[in-house]
Ligand binder design. Structure first.
Ligand code: ATP
Ligand code: MG
Ligand code: MG
Ligand code: MG
Length: 478
């Protein structure tokens, strides 16, 4: 079953259960300035859940384009390292706005997976929130999943991959327990069942999350104590990764082996003259062309701050992988046509914007091509001197003079198992900022003839600050 059939079957199934099919919204959220990117299907319905927006339906379904490359959800560092994480992916979802609840949601999920998609029931596992007896009971007594494969999971805040089966929109507001469905890819793949210490493997793959918005969380301003009161209208929000489901249905272990990705990987191999189709860099490039193209479709352009800087960072990471494969000429933009071939029917906005996407990417490639080549030489020289650790001054020179975002340098270091002196980078950055500031004061005092330089300085300070903010995002603390 190819990706197109998977999308279609999903929407058809929920349409047959009286859901309204809603188109994917943009990767740039239109209703939430605090959110960097649309990172799940529910984003476009946020105000409906909060009750501040009304729609003429109470059940909806969609295939939503998502990006997890910044902000609270960031999977950029997982790309090329796990078989199941992308920056850009598609989320199949269904929603109930104060209509059906746990029973229908879980039963339909089971029906769709086992009867429509034909997944073997004995390979499926479910998790429920530790105190959610209602969901547990539906799985065990109504659906008939054996007890051994229904796992109760509590709050696991902080553990990077551990399931955290309690969802909340923010510190206050709608929240509730989740129930997730996992698929067991079998003993050939490393990893433990949900809730086990080895869950961070690719054997037991989380495919579908069912979130039950059940409570309103309020925090007492004085005592800081949280209270949960039942919501007047209980809601359901689900999300299933299309690529993960496709891997299961196409009997492959990795998302990168599915039809859609194989085409992009072949295209990346063609453009970089690579013969080994299993080369990891090809996977990264295939992932990144999707993220970058759709960001441009949705109006983001490469820049030094905010969303534009995330886009620039992803493009530059892709170009570095091309360089690693020996491609020093612009190649990335040539993959847009292949992407249109794969995804243009599902997302008509892509072919419409394809020329612009190519242009923007090509320009960015031409801009970074030369400094990438020279920066790599500097990096190699520094590593020849010290193969264990890259010093902060070199990392800063790469950033400041050669346009290497810090995460790009960190990615190269990680790949080569070299330590990166981030503290040293911060010191070098601060030194530069102090010097610029002193220079800026002088220039301002000196008056208008320095206007051009002054503008340049302000631009720099902003981008340096932005780099810091983004570093915090990556660290998960912002
Ligand atoms: P994981 O624990 O594997 O990182 P998650 O718990 O962060 O996934 P959810 O926020 O529950 O994911 O999103 C719902 C579904 O979207 C997941 O069950 C999965 O199928 C899919 N998904 C999430 N993140 C990614 C990603 N980076 N790439 C591809 N699919 C993803
Ligand atoms: Mg995740
Ligand atoms: Mg998870
Ligand atoms: Mg999840």
């Amino acid at each position: 079953m190819n990706s197109a059939e998977i999308r279609e079957k999903f929407l058809k199934f929920f349409e047959s259960k009286d859901h309204t099919v809603v188109r994917s919204s943009s990767l740039v959220p239109g209703n939430d300035p605090t959110l960097l990117f649309t990172n799940s299907g529910m984003v476009q319905f946020k105000d409906v859940f909060l009750g501040t927006e009304k729609r003429n339906y109470v059940r909806a379904t969609s295939v939503q384009r998502c990006l997890r490359a910044g902000g609270k959800h960031n999977d950029l560092e997982n790309v090329g390292y796990t078989a199941r994480h992308h920056t850009f992916f598609e989320m199949l979802g269904n929603w109930s706005f104060g209509d059906y609840f746990k029973r229908d949601s879980l039963k339909w999920a089971w029906e769709l997976l086992t009867q429509v998609y034909g997944l073997p029931a004995d390979k499926l596992w479910a998790t429920v929130y530790e105190t959610d007896d209602e969901a547990y009971d539906i799985w065990v007594n109504e659906i008939g999943l054996p007890k051994e494969r229904v796992v109760r999971i509590g709050d696991n805040k902080g553990a990077p991959f551990a399931s955290d089966n309690f969802w909340q929109m923010a510190d206050t507001g709608p929240c509730g327990p989740c129930s997730e469905i996992f698929y067991d890819h079998g003993p050939d793949v490393w990893g433990g069942p949900p809730g086990s210490p080895d869950q961070d493997g690719d054997r037991y793959i989380e495919i579908w999350n069912n979130v039950f918005m059940q409570f309103d969380r309020q925090v007492d301003a004085k005592t800081g104590e949280a209270t949960l009161t039942p919501l007047p209208r209980q809601c359901v929000d689900t999300g299933m990764g299309l690529e993960r489901l496709a891997a299961v249905l196409q009997h492959v272990h990795s998302n990168y082996e599915i039809d859609l990705f194989q085409s992009l990987i072949k295209a990346a191999a063609r453009e970089t003259n690579t013969t080994d189709l299993t080369n990891n860099s090809l996977k990264v490039i295939a992932d990144h062309i999707r993220a970058c193209s759709f960001l441009i479709v949705d109006g983001v352009i490469p820049g030094n701050e905010g969303r534009g800087y995330v886009l620039r960072r992803i493009i530059r990471r892709a170009l570095r992988h091309g360089h690693k494969l020996g491609q020093t000429k612009p190649f990335f933009y040539r993959l847009v046509k292949d992407l249109v071939q794969e995804m243009g029917v599902a997302y008509p906005e892509l072919p419409e914007a394809a020329d612009r996407v190519e242009q923007v990417l090509k320009q960015e490639e031409e801009r970074f091509g030369e400094t990438l080549e020279n920066g790599m030489k500097i990096l190699e020289t520094a590593l020849a001197k010290n193969p264990k650790k890259l010093d902060g001054d070199t990392a800063f020179t790469l950033y400041d003079t050669f346009g290497f975002p810090l995460d790009l340098t960190a990615d190269i270091c990680r790949e080569r198992e070299v330590e990166l002196d981030e503290a040293g980078f911060d010191v070098a950055m601060k030194r530069q900022q102090d010097a610029s500031r002193a220079g800026g004061k002088f220039k301002m005092a000196a008056g208008v003839e320095y206007n051009g330089d002054k503008t340049h300085f302000v631009g720099y300070a902003e981008s340096a600050h932005e780099a810091k903010v983004l570093a915090l995002y990556v660290a998960g603390s912002a």
